[in-house]
Ligand binder design. Structure first.
Ligand code: SF4
Length: 188
């Protein structure tokens, strides 16, 4: 990914973080002491761009930590594969979560940044989708909803630039574990 694109993605993430934090503060929402860990949700990611960025975090991690993350990613992937073959569903923690803490925090994907407060999203076909916050908020929406639309739109625009640069046209849908294992195989 070229440096200008990386910088635009970093700035976009920063804006998401600010918007999320402002709304979480308004709700008095904190993850402190929460018995449920959102990082055990099976998040899917839809941009190659975010895989590159997460991969940068993985590459920058100390070698030993990198190996641990990849070992955990392999375990998570095999649990998902067993589930697809009929085993009871499990909720393994994301491979980047160590003792409740994200070790790739600066490089975490968009959904990790936006999950937790009520949101609205205008879909490309013009329809409106709304979703709840995390269970700690119950059904509260009294402080408003985070509008994800401009963030998703800018992410899509940046993704289009990367895909044009790489001449990539494939459909992209990956769990965090899949993204990590794949980037570990990329050259350089
Ligand atoms: S990337 Fe980080 S924040 Fe996102 S699910 Fe994994 S551990 Fe949690």
């Amino acid at each position: 990914m070229n440096p200008a694109l990386r910088e635009r993605l970093r700035a976009l993430y920063e804006r998401m973080d600010r918007a999320y934090e402002a709304l979480a503060r308004a709700y008095g929402l904190s993850c402190e002491g929460c018995p449920q860990n959102c990082c055990s949700q099976r998040f899917y990611h839809y941009t190659l761009l975010e895989q590159y960025y997460l991969g940068q975090g993985l590459r920058e991690a100390p070698a030993e930590l990198r190996e641990e993350i990849l070992g955990k990613a392999q375990m998570v992937l095999s649990l998902y594969e067993q589930e697809a073959l009929g085993a009871a569903p499990q909720r393994p923690l994301c491979p980047a979560n160590f003792q409740g803490r994200c070790v790739l925090y600066e490089h975490r994907p968009m959904i990790c940044r936006l999950h937790g407060v009520p949101y609205r999203l205008k879909m490309p076909d013009g329809s409106l989708r709304e979703g709840p916050g995390c269970s700690r908020l119950g059904a509260r929406t009294d402080q408003g909803r985070l509008d994800r639309t401009p963030f998703y739109q800018e992410m899509a625009a940046l993704e289009a630039l990367l895909r044009a640069e790489l001449r990539y046209q494939g459909r992209f849908r990956r769990t965090t574990a899949q993204m990590l294992l794949e980037v570990a195989e990329w050259p350089g």
